[in-house]
Design a protein around this ligand. Sequence first.
Ligand SMILES: [Zn+2]
Length: 490
Amino acid sequence: MDFDPIERYDEMNSDEILRTQERKLRDYLRYQLYPFSPFYRKLFDDKGVDVNQINSVKDLEKIPLTKKEDIIPDDENPKKYKDLILQPDLQKIKQFWPRSKQFGLKVKDILKGNIETALRDEYYPTFMIATSGTTGNNVPFMYTRRDIEQFSNIYQSLQKITELDPEWSVINVFPFAPQLAFNFIYFVNLNSNIRMFHTGGGAVTSTKKTLEIIEMVQSNIIFGVPSYVYHLLRKAQEIDADLSSVKLVATGGEKLTKSTRKRMTDILVERGAQDPKLFDMFGTTEMRDAYPECMPGSGIYHIHPNMHICEIVDPETGKQKRPGESGALAVTNIDGRGSVVCRYLIGDIFEGGIQYGRCPHCGKEGPRLVGPIGRIKDYSKKINITKVKGTQLNLNIFYDLLPTIDGVDEWQVILEKRNNDPSGLDILKLNIAPKKGTKKKELKERIISKIVDTVEISPVVDTKYSRDELFEMMGGKMKADRIIDARSKD
Ligand SMILES: [Zn+2]
């Protein structure tokens, strides 16, 4: 299947890349997004956006931002995710495609047997990941066969950017989950000659077992969520594990702070690793993509210019920031099938904004996002998303969940760092006042199993409180502080 490979952008200078991207943007909006995306067709019609007027990155400002709350299902449209999927048919093609483009399809038709087969290969969703969220609030993002080929091509480029030696062996400790991180690495594996072992993360393979595997197969690279990798390294210290084979750690899924980087590097060196490198990757399920740092610790993430246009904007007005100016990331597909987005507000701020021209770190010419990266606080407060172990957790669900568990009288949720260590794993702590006559041990088990089932996080449950005590602790007489994020923010 024909797609636009990322390699050809390596040969272009900054201006050529921008011109190519804008040409792709024009075609994509006119011949893919507007005709085939029910969500954007409606949005553009409602807001009076004429796709024929959008010719440049600057022109994107005429299109409203898409926010997380715009794509989550609601009562009116419980299957809203479907509206983000490109859905062509012959009638739309005849209406929107110029004759020359229709002719291309005719050629495929002759080669493939019929147009339906050609369209199916290119557009039919075959693979799905989903954003995390409460039950019913997850938004599935689809890939088609063409996407799988194209995304494999860009995922593979990770190997080149991180200078990953094909002889090295990799251990992937990202959790098995229908989100981007694990699947991203799995696709790299399937489409390269790199040898990988996927543990499924700490919930599937114990940390001790994972360390045994690292020692046994002499893993050179560890992929994982920062807080879990850190936990793994701490365990290595504890049991005196040998990490001399490790050359590179690549993290994603949550913020990697400077202090965590430093602590990880120190432990690696202490455990025998020589000059270990730490890469961070920025990616989200909605992008279906992740951008690795071009140099370890640079905080610079080159976008994949064949797939996306990235803008740094004011999240309220949608107005673009100047290069280098801090702002929120909005992503627009200029290629890809399946679920696609336009000016989608990811929910993160890049303090260094966006840069063009030659990269001072790696010399590449493509546009790039510059950290540090932070959450859009107000925005995430609205839907109360907090990152725990690399998954997004909507703390609001506890309001619905905990009171329905048999035996719970009063409750409080606290997110904190284990041992108050700012680089440590997060703990989800539940303070519970049991109803009178409830067996505490059984209640505790009930709560843990319910929370694990719902949010895939194992909580620490304390049932020692009486209702009055807990109520007092929450400051309930004024306004109950039921949910507290007590993790330090560095
Ligand atoms: Zn660079």
